[in-house]
Design a protein around this ligand. Structure first.
Ligand code: ADE
Length: 254
């Protein structure tokens, strides 16, 4: 079993690289792939860079040249669902591409030549990530003073739909448009839809784990930058660590 972990930020990769035993680094397509033993499981860590092209190139390389069996993606996202607050976690169920529009050839959001408008994450992996996120959130509230800065009081996780696009959303009008046209969507980001499509096309189970860093409105830039500097990596490191312990105990088939 080999796990591939793609992160949307270099800081997240570094927070895990420090635990990697016997690491080897391979540079390919302008990415550094760190391969080694992470808490007992052979793992490849890589920073995707941002956007759908960057992340699909990374996911493809991870699958074809590193032979990973499953893909975990970690990063931050802007909230679309107003019940979500900064510090909540969204585990992706159906992953849309909100900037896909090939009308009149195909319906709005339909991914050309696939017959679908979204790709679905592995339910088994999502179940394991849910347990890992719950455990992390329970411990982080009691232990971390850094959360006060963002007024994160009782962070929660949800399993829900995600929309990706090559756009940083920072306008409430865009939030309303996405909410009206894709009502099930909980949050927006810029990579998950591409990773989901690549993994689905190669038959590799995947999960997309996103921490809410901003509310995709006029404050999004400030909140996003502050969040990624101070706590995004704390979240991904904590959730991934719990995932590995859960995975090793259960050896669940995905
Ligand atoms: N990732 C984090 N916040 C985001 C936003 N507001 N739009 C797109 N991607 C994001």
């Amino acid at each position: 079993m080999k796990i591939g972990i793609i992160s949307a930020m270099q800081e997240e990769v570094e927070s895990l690289v420090k635990f990697l035993k016997d690491p080897t680094i391979t540079t390919s397509g302008k990415r550094s792939y760190y391969e080694g033993n992470l808490w007992g499981i052979t793992t490849v860590l890589v920073f995707s860079r941002w956007g759908k092209v960057a992340s699909s190139s990374t996911a493809t390389n991870l699958i074809l040249n590193f032979g990973v069996d499953i893909v975990l993606f970690t990063g931050v996202a802007g909230a679309i669902d107003r019940d979500l607050n900064i510090g909540d976690v969204v585990i992706g169920r159906n992953i849309y591409q909100h900037d896909m529009d090939s009308r009149p050839l195909y319906n709005r959001y339909e991914i050309p030549l696939t017959g679908v408008s979204y790709f679905s994450a592995s339910e088994e992996l999502n179940k394991m990530v849910s347990v890992s996120a719950r455990k992390f959130l329970d411990t982080v509230i009691t232990n971390s003073s850094i959360l006060d800065e963002f007024q994160i009081k009782s962070p929660k996780f949800v399993i829900g739909d995600i929309a990706s696009g090559d756009q940083f959303i920072s306008d409430s009008k865009d939030v309303i448009n996405i909410k009206n046209s894709l009502p099930s969507v909980k949050c927006v980001e810029m990579e998950g839809g591409a990773v989901a499509q690549v993994c689905s096309e190669y038959g590799v189970p995947f999960t997309i784990i996103r921490t809410i860093s901003d509310t995709a409105d006029q404050n999004s830039e400030i909140d996003f930058l502050k969040f990624i500097q101070s706590i995004a990596s704390l979240y991904s490191e904590g959730i991934i660590k719990n995932f590995y312990s859960h995975y090793s105990q259960k050896k669940i088939k995905v």
